[in-house]
Design a protein around this ligand. Structure first.
Ligand code: MN
Ligand code: MN
Length: 297
């Protein structure tokens, strides 16, 4: 049943997120972090809705480890660990920022507080822009800036960004939350010196199918079939294909699929002024006079 699946995915995602929060990741590689978190999601009986993101410092989002990624998490790094679990395509999307340098506690807390403020007003009929206002007011009240061009989103079966946007600032227009629909809310916060928006970086290591059109390369077509069979339209990483192809071949075939526009490659998103970014995220379903936060700890 749909709600049961959402709740199960949410419970698993929350458990894994709290495991991430409670551990010391300094000295570990991004590769170890992503692989261990993904293993925990599967071990608990869900599938990964997307590759675990381990976006460090000014990288706001969309970095996942490459095969054998040697990026080491340092003592002053701010790591946004964004993870997704799904049960029969019903997704829980949640994130935590880990940092062991007290200098950045305020930034991390600002993201958590903004998320709590947003969740406290979420109910059927709440306007998405009112959620944006709550986030913006909370973040600015602490002297920080929300990232204006990153936002929460509606969720649908096997679809992470299902078309509706939950902004991190007040904005004109928008929609009202529907009873029983699933949404993710995800404030991103940067310092007062930050630009308060993100731009695309060069690195692209998260992918998803765009269309299942053929490429005239038999092996690339076979890869597309494997991706579809395993991940549907959900995002995936190069790491996830290495049981079938070696690293070089996986890269070559993926390049073909991207150049033929069968697969899209998502760029990492960088804070415009290179300032550090913190994030917090929950998945929630408006119900009654409030909302069921499926990823609540
Ligand atoms: Mn997320
Ligand atoms: Mn999200």
């Amino acid at each position: 049943m749909q709600l049961e699946d959402y709740l199960k995915a949410g419970r698993i995602a929350a458990e894994v997120r709290e495991m991430v929060r409670g551990r010391d990741w300094t000295g570990r590689t991004a590769y170890e972090l992503c692989e261990e978190v993904e293993t925990e999601i599967r071990r608990r009986g869900a599938l990964c809705a997307f590759p675990v993101n381990a976006s460090i410092n000014e990288v706001a989002a969309h970095y996942t480890a490459e095969p054998g990624d040697q990026t080491v998490i340092g003592e002053s790094d701010l790591v946004k660990v964004d993870l997704g679990a799904h049960v029969n395509g019903h997704i829980a999307d949640t994130a935590v920022t880990v940092c062991y340098d007290p200098v950045y506690d305020g930034l991390v807390q600002a993201a958590e507080e903004a998320l709590a403020a947003a969740m406290s007003i979420a109910r059927p009929g709440t306007k998405a822009r009112e959620i944006g206002r709550a986030i913006e007011t909370s973040v600015k009240g602490r002297g920080f800036k929300p990232i204006v061009n990153l936002s929460g989103h509606s969720l649908d079966r096997y679809t992470i960004h299902a078309g509706k946007t939950i902004p991190n600032v007040w904005s004109i227009g928008g929609f009202s939350l529907s009873e029983g629909s699933a949404y993710a809310c995800e404030p991103f916060v940067t310092t007062g010196k930050g630009g308060g928006f993100v731009r695309n970086g060069k690195t692209r290591n998260i992918f998803a199918i765009r269309t299942r059109k053929r490429t005239k390369d038999a092996e690339a077509d076979r890869m597309l079939d494997v991706i579809w069979e395993r991940y549907n339209m959900l995002p995936f990483a190069r790491r996830w294909l290495l049981d079938q192809w070696d690293e070089g071949e996986a890269g070559r075939l993926l390049d073909i699929l991207v150049s033929k526009k069968a697969v899209q490659a998502y760029p990492v998103l960088l804070e415009a002024e290179g300032e550090r970014v913190a994030q917090a995220e929950h998945t929630f379903i408006p119900a009654g006079d409030g909302a069921t936060v499926t990823t609540r700890a």
